[in-house]
Design a binder for this molecule. Structure first.
Ligand code: AMP
Ligand code: ZN
Length: 136
């Protein structure tokens, strides 16, 4: 556990939370500041600040668990869609620096503000980005 990390304390049960699932490696809780009804957080019990620090196998397990909880949300809440969001670093909106996955149930006509204005992929960007980002 990392001292003064709120999600370490929640994952360890030292700070109360609404627990939806628990195993040796994860806790799934309700977000106290929900974007929509049923907003959940998937927390590993071990402290990793973000996805860059997470071991591969634990990352894979976290997303499989996200899928399970998404299915449960559809069945139990009858939501119309679900966003799976995972923020890394302040510039991307991360405020708690302990890896977590958001599951945000979506309802037709809800007011959840996720999204962006689409740009245009220019020829020069495409060429540069393929060169820089392609993994061989
Ligand atoms: P992020 O901005 O991706 O780091 O998300 C942090 C999330 O943690 C926010 O959606 C908060 O509402 C949520 N949060 C902060 N403190 C608590 C808490 N004590 N219990 C449950 N959720 C929390
Ligand atoms: Zn932590």
């Amino acid at each position: 556990m990392t001292e003064n990390c709120i999600f370490c304390k929640i994952a360890a049960g030292e700070i109360p939370s609404a627990v939806l699932y628990e195993d040796e490696e994860f806790r799934v809780i309700l977000d106290v500041g929900p974007a929509s009804k049923g907003h959940m957080l998937i927390l590993p019990k071990a402290h990793y600040a973000d996805i860059m620090e997470m071991p591969e196998e634990l990352t894979a397990k976290a997303f499989v668990l996200a899928k399970k909880m998404a299915r449960k949300a559809e069945e139990a809440l009858g939501c119309d869609g679900i966003n799976i969001v995972q923020n890394n670093h302040e510039a991307a909106g991360q405020t708690v620096f302990h890896f977590h996955i958001h599951l945000i149930p979506r309802y037709k006509k809800d007011k959840v503000g996720l999204g962006w204005r689409t740009g245009t992929l220019t020829d020069s960007d495409r060429e540069e980005l393929v060169r820089k980002l392609a993994i061989k």
